[in-house]
Design a protein. Structure first.
Length: 158
C-alpha cells in the first residue's frame, strides 16, 4: 500500500510541477477551464440526446470551438507578454497589458460556467437563480472593464 501512495504522490507532484512550469502559479485556473470545457461538452451532448438532436457534426464543431478558446487564450497571453517586452525595449511602461490574458481567461471561465448551468436547466436540474444571475453580473462586469466603461477618464468628474 505504501508503494501505491508513493507512486501516487510522485505522479501528482509531476503533474503539479509541470502545470506550474507551463502556466505559472495560477495553473489551477487553466485546469479549471479545461474541466469546465469537458463538463460543458458532456452536458451539451446530454441535452442533444434528450432533445433527439444528436449530431457528430455539431459535436465536432463544439470540440473545435473549445480548441479555439484555447488558441485565443494563448494568443492573448502571448500578445500581453510581447507588448510588455517591447515596451521595455522602447522605454514605455506597458506592463498593465498583462491583464489582457487574464481578462480573456476570466471571460471564458464565466461563459463556460454559464453554458454548463444552461445545459443543466435544459436537463430539468434545479439550478439556484442567484448562481445564474451572479454569473451574468460577473460576465457583464468583465465585459464592461474590458470595454473601458469602468475606467475613469482623466477629464471625467466624479
Amino acid at each position: 500500500m505504501d508503494k501505491f501512495f508513493n507512486t501516487f504522490n510522485v505522479f501528482w507532484a509531476v503533474i503539479v510541477s509541470s502545470m506550474t512550469a507551463l502556466f505559472g502559479q495560477l495553473w489551477i485556473l487553466f485546469a479549471g477551464l479545461l474541466v469546465f470545457n469537458f463538463v460543458d461538452w458532456i452536458t451539451g451532448w446530454r441535452v442533444a440526446v434528450v432533445k433527439k438532436q444528436c449530431s457528430s457534426k455539431i459535436g465536432a464543431t463544439g470540440i473545435l470551438k473549445k480548441f479555439g478558446y484555447w488558441v485565443v487564450i494563448a494568443m492573448s497571453f502571448y500578445i500581453s507578454f510581447a507588448f510588455n517586452k517591447l515596451g521595455i525595449v522602447l522605454g514605455i511602461r506597458l506592463d498593465f497589458l498583462i491583464l489582457i490574458g487574464w481578462f480573456v481567461l476570466a471571460n471564458y471561465l464565466v461563459n463556460e460556467a454559464r453554458s454548463i448551468l444552461e445545459n443543466l436547466v435544459n436537463l430539468n436540474i434545479s439550478v439556484p437563480k442567484f448562481l445564474v444571475s451572479g454569473l451574468k453580473v460577473t460576465s457583464e462586469a468583465i465585459n464592461n472593464v474590458a470595454d473601458g466603461k469602468f475606467v475613469k477618464k482623466e477629464n471625467e468628474e466624479e
